[in-house]
Design a protein around this ligand. Sequence first.
Ligand SMILES: Nc1ncnc2c1ncn2[C@@H]1O[C@H](COP(=O)(O)OP(=O)(O)O)[C@@H](O)[C@H]1O
Ligand SMILES: [Mg+2]
Length: 334
Amino acid sequence: MTEQGLLGPSPIITAKSLHKMYGPHVALESVNLEIPKGATGILGPNGAGKSTLFKCLLGLIGTTSGEGSVLGYDIKTEGELIRSKIGYMPEYNSLDPSLFAVDQVRYAGELLGMNPNQASQRAHEVLEYVGLKDQRYREIETFSTGMLQATKLACALVHDPEILICDEPTNGLDQRSRAFILQTLRRTVNEGGRSVIMSSHVMDDVEDVCESIVMIHKGRIVVQRSIEDLVNQVEKEIELVIWGGASKMESELSSDNLRARRLGRVIRVKMDDDSTVSKILQAAVRAEVQVRQMKQYEPDLEDIFLLIMDKLGAEIKGTSDLMTPDHIGGAVHD
Ligand SMILES: Nc1ncnc2c1ncn2[C@@H]1O[C@H](COP(=O)(O)OP(=O)(O)O)[C@@H](O)[C@H]1O
Ligand SMILES: [Mg+2]
């Protein structure tokens, strides 16, 4: 059983030993996935294989080997059926600039098999849902990036799909449009009871919307679990702000078998048990330093991400570095 199998009995998406090659280039390697109902973030740097994974799951491109299913349908033979049950918001602009937004969305509905009346009615509804009620009769070529993304989202939602797959939905958006798109995705999960799978190279986006996370790195899945589990699994630390000799303090801590790491005047000490705090205070007395602040350090997802990437040996120092395609040897700024 994979880790993800612990999250729930019936995943909506599965993949087993999925491989995808583009000529000699390996884009996906031995991908095993079990995505539960709800909101899942697919996180990875540019070139990691996120878009390729989505296209394979939607049956838009063939896989080289392996198996996969979406809502129980086979990705190799039932792609069309899968696409009729899923909303897909692609990474790149898929809109016709000369159309009114309402016609574009209606057209998307008709392509998905809806009758013209039904598609037209839904086009109005979903455009209102994505905040474009007043722009329905504007040509798409006049739209901002945020409005284009919202229109793509409306096209993906027109047939009221059970699963919404969004490929980098916030890419290129300003803060306001980004917040709106993320809020709409959250609403689709929380109020609409739908599942959302979104890719991003930004941890914050995923953290805002998703309960579980899949990290992908060079075509391989490196982490697959709920965000809650991920946060709980990380070692707790005590963070100290000290005044005085930080190096002396460090050596006093390590002489007492405490594991400390130093970030300027801040020292983080691994919390072993209840005695850790008093050991720290004793070390401070021996080192003759003043402890200005001491608190339990709560790692956020960004820290966890860095820990994982550290273990992978990648020189990623922040999610901004995820923008770099082959981050090995990338700039170190800390
Ligand atoms: N059509 C294609 N032909 C050849 N290589 C491709 C093609 N599409 C993607 N790739 C390569 O496959 C890898 C994964 O790409 P992609 O799935 O687009 O990653 P992501 O969406 O995570 O940025 C990259 O190295 C990319 O250059
Ligand atoms: Mg992509």
